[in-house]
Design a binder for this molecule. Structure first.
Ligand SMILES: Cc1cc2nc3c(=O)[nH]c(=O)nc-3n(C[C@H](O)[C@H](O)[C@H](O)COP(=O)(O)OP(=O)(O)OC[C@H]3O[C@@H](n4cnc5c(N)ncnc54)[C@H](O)[C@@H]3O)c2cc1C
Length: 314
């Protein structure tokens, strides 16, 4: 297996990882940045980003990611795409010693590094109800931007009540003739501007106090079995597609035995983005941050690179 040695390994090329790479390059660090899929991170899944400062006109998530990548290329940063780090082993925590502290095997290469920035983001939670696993990709989706256009003039449902659920439900009204929002509470958690927009949208109907009990369909989704918790009644809703936006799971498995995690498995860091193990830093959606957005991920990436530099030169 080919071996690579570096001072810093950045795992994940979403906004957090790419920003860390930019700041690491400008600090003159020797580093590698790897990405298990296409570079850009989760944001490539959204049709429009309206809240990233400096972009007053709508920009798509894909375009924003391309801008970030273009900025990295300008500083000769090459992302190793389709390279998944499979584990991280702490081999030597003695500092000052030139040997490498972490052994990080990927599919075909082994990376030895003195420090790691975990920029691995988060993945969508599933409802884990009957019928779900067999119908993913056959009517059940986690990405309105990717699959929304398939439901032109059809009826779809969104499950969830947070910002992303509401944002994507509004986006789906561009295509679908009707969008149900299935929400387990009787009020929304979303920010005011979104609440106002969604409540005024005539194509959207809320199913409050409701939970999905089962997805029904042979080769494609046909119906959802819904329970109204307040009335304790179940009924079937005919829809062509359903989009789940119920939360996110942090991609923190690589370090679960090395660093402290919170009760939901997000990585705990201090303001320097340091984890409980010296040499491992975490940024963006994978850490226990109060806000999971592009702006916070890129800010974290910048801070982490600065403190990695201090860690390496201490
Ligand atoms: C539909 C949708 C709409 C959104 N809209 C907005 C918005 O309008 N405005 C906004 O600010 N934010 C928005 N967000 C949130 C924003 O996308 C995230 O907060 C941001 O992308 C987090 O960046 P990150 O770098 O921490 O993680 P991510 O973007 O999740 O990137 C992590 C990367 O790490 C890679 N990775 C994971 N594990 C490994 C491994 N073992 N080896 C190698 N690579 C690995 C993943 O493939 C991924 O590319 C949206 C998110 C979604 C899903």
């Amino acid at each position: 297996m080919q071996e690579v040695k570096t001072d810093l390994l950045i795992i994940g090329a979403g906004p957090g990882g790419l920003s860390a790479a930019l700041y690491a390059r400008r600090a003159g660090l020797d580093f590698e940045i790897v990405e298990k899929k296409m570079a850009g991170g989760q944001i490539i899944n959204t049709a429009s980003v309206e809240n990233y400062p400096g972009f007053k006109d709508d920009i798509s998530g894909y375009e924003l990611a391309q801008n970030l990548l273009g900025h990295c290329k300008r500083f000769d940063i090459e992302v190793r795409e389709y390279f998944a780090v499979n584990s991280i082993e702490s081999v030597n925590t003695r500092k000052k010693d030139k040997s490498y502290h972490f052994k990080c095997p990927g599919d075909e290469k082994l990376i030895w590094t003195n420090s790691v920035i975990m920029a691995t983001g988060a993945s969508p939670d599933r409802l884990n109800v009957e019928g779900e696993s067999g119908l993913i990709g056959k009517g059940i989706s986690f990405c309105a931007t990717c699959d929304g256009a398939l439901y032109r003039d059809r009826e779809v449902a969104v499950v969830g009540g947070g910002d992303t659920a509401i944002d994507e439900a509004i986006f789906l009204t561009k295509f679908a003739k009707k969008v149900y929002i299935i929400h387990r509470r009787n009020e929304l958690r979303a920010v005011e501007i979104l609440k106002d927009r969604v409540l005024k949208n005539k194509k959207i109907e809320f199913l409050w106090n409701s939970v999905v009990e089962k997805f029904i369909g042979k080769n494609k989704l046909e119906e959802i079995l819904i329970r109204n918790k307040k009335e304790n009644k179940t009924y079937k809703l005919k829809v062509d597609g359903v989009f789940e936006y119920i939360g996110w799971k942090p991609n923190s498995e690589l370090v679960k035995d090395l660093v402290e995690l919170d009760e939901k498995n997000f990585i705990i860091t201090n303001f320097k983005m340091e984890t409980s193990l010296p040499g491992i830093f975490a940024v963006g959606d994978v850490r226990n941050t109060p806000l999971r957005q592009v702006i916070t991920a890129v800010a974290d990436g910048a801070i982490a690179a600065i403190y990695v530099d201090r860690f390496l030169s201490a």
